[in-house]
Ligand binder design. Sequence first.
Ligand SMILES: C[S@@+](CC[C@H](N)C(=O)[O-])C[C@H]1O[C@@H](n2cnc3c(N)ncnc32)[C@H](O)[C@@H]1O
Length: 199
Amino acid sequence: MLNDRLPFSQACENNKQPILKVLKEYISDQESLLEIAGGTGQHGEFFARSFPNLLWQTSDLPGSVADLNLRISEANLHNLPPALILDVNDSNWNVKKYQLLFTANSLHIMSEKSVENFFSRIPNVLQQSALVFIYGPFKYDGNFTTKSNAEFDEWLKEKDLRSGVRDFEAISELAVSVGLSLVADVQMPSNNQLLVFSR
Ligand SMILES: C[S@@+](CC[C@H](N)C(=O)[O-])C[C@H]1O[C@@H](n2cnc3c(N)ncnc32)[C@H](O)[C@@H]1O
C-alpha cells in the first residue's frame, strides 16, 4: 500500500484531533491558510479534510518538500495544493497574503535566529486581522512545564545545539514586536500549548 511508504509521525496522529478542536473555535469562513514546516503532511491532509472550504497551503524546507508532497499527492484534495518550498530564513517568502498561518512543532527545531526570522517575515504574508496558530512545547518564566519537556530539550540539543524548547515570553515578545497580540494560550495534551495570535 502506498500509505505505508508515506512519511509518518505518531505525534501528529495523537495531536491532530485536540488541535482540530481548538482550530474549530477560530476558523469559520476564512478561505486561506499558510502552514510553515508541514513535515509529513499529516496535519495538512487532516485539516484540509476538516475544513473543506479552507485552502491549506503547506510548505517546508527545500529538502523536505518532496516527502511532504507524497502525501499531498496521494490525498488529492481540491484544497490541499502541492507544498511550497519555504525556509523561514528566506528574506522574501514569495507567497501571497493569507488569512491564517499555522505551524506545529517547528520553533523548537529551528535556531533562535530562525525563530526571529520567522516572526519578522510574518507581517508580509498576513492579511489584516489574520490569526496565527503556533503549536508546541514552551517554557514559562524560564521553567519547563514538566520533567519530560526538560528531557526533550536535552534530547533536542544533543541532536543540534541550536534547537531547544522556546520561552513563551520570548515568543510573545517577538510576536508583539511584529504587530501580533496574544489571543489564547491553550494547554494541550502531552505538555504542549497552542498559542493563538491575531494581527
Ligand atoms: C519536528 S518537525 C514538525 C513537522 C510537522 N509540523 C509536525 O508537527 O509533525 C520540524 C519541521 O520544521 C521544519 N523546519 C526546520 N527548519 C526550518 C526552516 N528554517 N524553515 C522552515 N521549516 C523548517 C523541518 O523541515 C520539519 O518539517
